[in-house]
Design a protein around this ligand. Structure first.
Ligand SMILES: NC(=O)c1ccc[n+]([C@@H]2O[C@H](COP(=O)([O-])OP(=O)(O)OC[C@H]3O[C@@H](n4cnc5c(N)ncnc54)[C@H](OP(=O)(O)O)[C@@H]3O)[C@@H](O)[C@H]2O)c1
Length: 135
């Protein structure tokens, strides 16, 4: 099964998770990353990951199984809204933002999807290719 991931925010946390997923066997070709800055990601590009600066640049046909939000807590709501269109397509969502309540995320995403606040849980499960459930 080809498990596809959209990572939004590739700073300290995003980078660490992406590194972990790839090390555990996730194929780079099935990962799209959106980050404001696009420099400094050669190690991931070399493994097939695709990088974009904004949501509207993503390939139209890209339908991620999982959307990981790894931006600062104050950015989570506007960023989640930006990607809420993927809820309809069945994507699971996960935010690693500290202190952001699930109800806030659910509101931004229109009330559906799957959420977790634990990055290690996400890494373990996604490395195995499983979908994330609510925690
Ligand atoms: N659950 C956990 O275990 C855990 C542990 C630590 C941290 N966290 C959480 O992880 C999150 C990220 O922390 P961090 O230390 O990785 O922060 P960070 O290093 O600042 O990374 C955030 C990244 O998101 C990018 N970004 C900002 N707005 C964006 C947008 N609209 N679209 C795409 N990318 C955008 C930033 O780009 P620019 O640099 O260009 O602005 C930056 O590269 C925080 O919410 C923090 O609370 C969770």
């Amino acid at each position: 099964m080809k498990f596809s991931v959209l990572l939004v925010g590739c700073g300290n946390m995003g980078r660490a998770m992406l590194n972990g997923w790839l090390t555990k066997g996730l194929k780079g070709a099935s990962v799209c990353v959106v980050n404001r800055r696009l420099d400094g990601f050669d190690e991931f590009r070399d493994q097939g990951c695709r990088f974009f600066q904004a949501s509207h640049e993503l390939p139209r046909e890209f339908r991620p199984d999982a959307v990981i939000l790894a931006v600062k807590p104050q950015m989570i709501v506007p960023v989640a809204r930006d990607y809420s269109g993927f809820v309809k397509g069945g994507s699971s969502f996960l935010s690693v933002a500290a202190g952001t309540k699930l109800s806030v995320l659910e509101g931004a995403l229109g009330g559906c999807g799957s959420y977790s606040g634990d990055a290690q849980y996400a890494c373990r499960n996604w490395a195995r290719g499983n979908r994330i459930g609510s925690q």
